[in-house]
Design a protein around this ligand. Structure first.
Ligand code: KG4
Ligand code: ZN
Length: 359
């Protein structure tokens, strides 16, 4: 966290779209004054994944206290804020309702502007919070629910180059980890297991590799992992096999993401001559192997590369507060009649994903 002494426009951000309850106070000068995240890991672990109803109730139980603690840590009261922002979607609708209703309540009681933030825009603009990057840049957004390549042109202005035809990259990590009995959430657990493994022991498929376009596919890879596990000797999985499968899987995902990103770089270069920055965001951006692969790709292509600090890769409220600041600066506030959105694409005009496109 960075501590600042300059007074700047402050916004409270609230994030409740999945399984993290988060609140943060961020300044227009890019200072994060407080950022708290309360994970629901324990609530969901027995089910092996996020249960929407459990998530909504857990957000409701902790959000008010979390906001109080965040404000206290920032050392401010509501009167010091310029606005209150909450994730308005996309996400699990029960949680999104909890967050937006809370933010609207604060806005109604204090007269502060309310900002409904697209969760994906929160991830997309994180690099402007941490690095102050100018537009445009090419973004690989890789999380549990999304896997997209986008040209980020401005606040609320995105051009999607590719998306997944089936699973998101994080979802694939979670499913592979489940097959390997690595627990939930799968991404970090699989990455840990892979460190001891041989990425070349198993030849897993690389779906879409070399195809035109910048779309992704991961379901075939997950099926291949299931076949591998089914082919192992009966009984408990051996640690060496788990490590080798995890390493082989991680290498295959990294190959796919790097290949699709290379395609998107080609298109971005044509669309935006002179712009040359690649940014990665979302929970999977915490993966060290992926970060290294993307950094190497960017260097080869003559692009600069930005990855957020690990604490801002996964879901957090600092990114929501920051996107709120960006929107507030442009006067893009929302009415208290804003309806939470389970789906909310960044580029509503993007063609549907297809198995090979023009890129
Ligand atoms: O952005 P995020 O926190 O939530 C969504 O908006 O989906 O992303 C969570 C996803 C999960 O699928 C998790 O397994 C994955 O990010 N993830 C990782 C790593 N850390 C989190 N995947 C691979 N390697 C990691 N180190
Ligand atoms: Zn997210």
């Amino acid at each position: 966290m960075r501590w600042c002494i300059t007074p700047a426009m402050l916004v409270l951000g609230i994030e409740t779209s999945c399984d993290e309850t988060a609140a943060a106070v961020v300044g227009e000068d890019r200072c994060i004054h407080a950022a708290l995240v309360q994970s629901q890991l324990e609530e969901h672990a027995p089910y092996g994944g996020v249960v929407p109803e459990v998530a909504a109730r857990a957000h409701l139980a902790v959000l008010n206290g979390l906001i109080r603690r965040t404000m206290a840590e920032a050392g401010i009261g509501f009167a010091d804020l310029a606005g209150v922002a909450a994730t308005g979607g996309p996400g699990l609708i029960g949680g999104v309702i909890v967050g937006t209703m809370t933010a609207k309540g604060i806005a109604a009681a204090t007269g502060l502007p309310f900002l409904a933030v697209n969760h994906l825009e929160g991830h997309a603009l994180t690099a402007r919070l941490t690095e102050g990057l100018p537009f445009p840049y090419l973004l690989l957004l890789v999380s549990g629910g999304h896997c997209q390549l986008l040209a980020v042109l401005g606040v609320g202005r995105y051009r999607r180059y590719g998306t997944t035809v089936d699973d998101a990259a994080g979802e694939a990590f979670d499913k592979a980890a489940k097959l390997l009995d690595l627990g939930y959430p799968g991404g970090p657990a699989l990455e840990r297991a892979a460190t001891a493994g041989d990425p070349q022991r198993f030849a897993l498929p690389r779906p879409m590799l070399g195809r035109p376009g910048a779309d992704f596919s991961f379901s075939g890879l997950k099926t291949a992992v299931r076949r591998l596990v089914d082919g192992l000797p009966p009984g408990p999985l051996r640690a060496g096999d788990v490590a080798d499968i995890a390493a082989s899987f991680q290498a295959a995902v990294a190959d796919c993401l790097a290949d699709r990103t290379a395609r998107a770089i080609g298109r971005f270069r044509t669309d935006h001559p002179g712009a040359n920055r690649l940014v990665v965001a979302g929970g999977v951006a915490a993966n060290a192997m992926l970060r290294a692969r993307l950094a190497a790709l960017a260097e080869r292509e003559g692009f600069a590369f930005t990855a957020p600090p690990l604490s801002l890769c996964g879901d957090n409220a600092a990114m929501i507060a920051w996107a709120g600041i960006e929107r507030l600066r442009l006067g893009l506030t929302d009415g208290l009649d804003f309806a939470p959105r389970p789906r909310w694409p960044l580029d509503p005009d993007a063609p549907p994903a297809r198995d090979g496109g023009a890129c």
